[in-house]
Ligand binder design. Structure first.
Ligand code: AMP
Length: 196
């Protein structure tokens, strides 16, 4: 099982973010899950990779050439794919993962999260999309998502398809009991790599 992790390229300004990211990655590794992530060694991205590797996990990084220096491509991953564009990075991260989880991060993390979540809603894949809700980091985002349902922009099933989890055990349990929301539009062939 592979878990694609979207994570901040900064550590945040509270120790709890790195502590919980490290615990999460270590527990995933101990449970035998492989991690797919953005390939950098900075911020929570690096924390995730280091903790999983230190606990015997396999970690696959995918980094665009243009960011290999800025985000300091991690030197000791199980696999590192250097791709040409951000788009290729997101596509490969989405294709390789059996589920997606965002740990705290900024706009890059949000952008990656929303792309795979929107693809789920459109029925382009049927993999769970989760949030590691460290210190309630994502709770206001979840409130906003509830509001989209309240005002009639998303169905109840769509609203509840973005899943907060507390730790790795919760992620694994959530995956085991999960079923995708009904696709918003009738199925038709798509050429997008996010078909899974
Ligand atoms: P941030 O959450 O802003 O610290 O960014 C987390 C990661 O998302 C970093 O590795 C960024 O390079 C990456 N990122 C930002 N925008 C994109 C994008 N459009 N496609 C793929 N990765 C991105």
């Amino acid at each position: 099982m592979r878990v694609t992790v979207y994570a901040g390229s900064s550590p945040g300004n509270r120790p709890v973010f790195a502590q919980e990211a490290a615990r999460f990655a270590a527990e995933l590794a101990q449970a035998g899950a492989e991690i797919v992530y953005g390939g950098g060694s900075v911020g929570l991205m690096g924390t995730i990779a280091d903790a999983a590797l230190a606990h015997g996990g396999k970690v696959i990084g995918i980094i665009p050439e243009s960011l290999a220096q800025a985000e300091v491509a991690h030197p000791s991953l199980t696999e590192l794919h250097v791709v040409e564009t951000m788009h290729e990075r997101k596509e490969l991260m989405a294709r390789l993962g059996d589920c997606f989880v965002a740990v705290p991060g900024g706009v890059g993390t949000l952008e990656e999260l929303f792309e795979v979540w929107a693809a789920l809603i459109l029925g382009h894949h049927s993999k769970p999309v989760m949030l590691l809700n460290t210190d309630n980091y994502w709770s206001r985002l979840l409130s906003l998502v509830v509001r989209t349902g309240h005002y009639g922009f998303m169905s109840e099933e769509e609203v509840t398809s973005l899943l907060p989890v507390t730790d790795a055990a919760d992620l694994l349990a959530t995956m085991a009991s999960w079923s995708p929301p009904p696709p918003r539009w009738p199925a038709r062939p798509v050429t997008n790599a996010l078909t899974g």
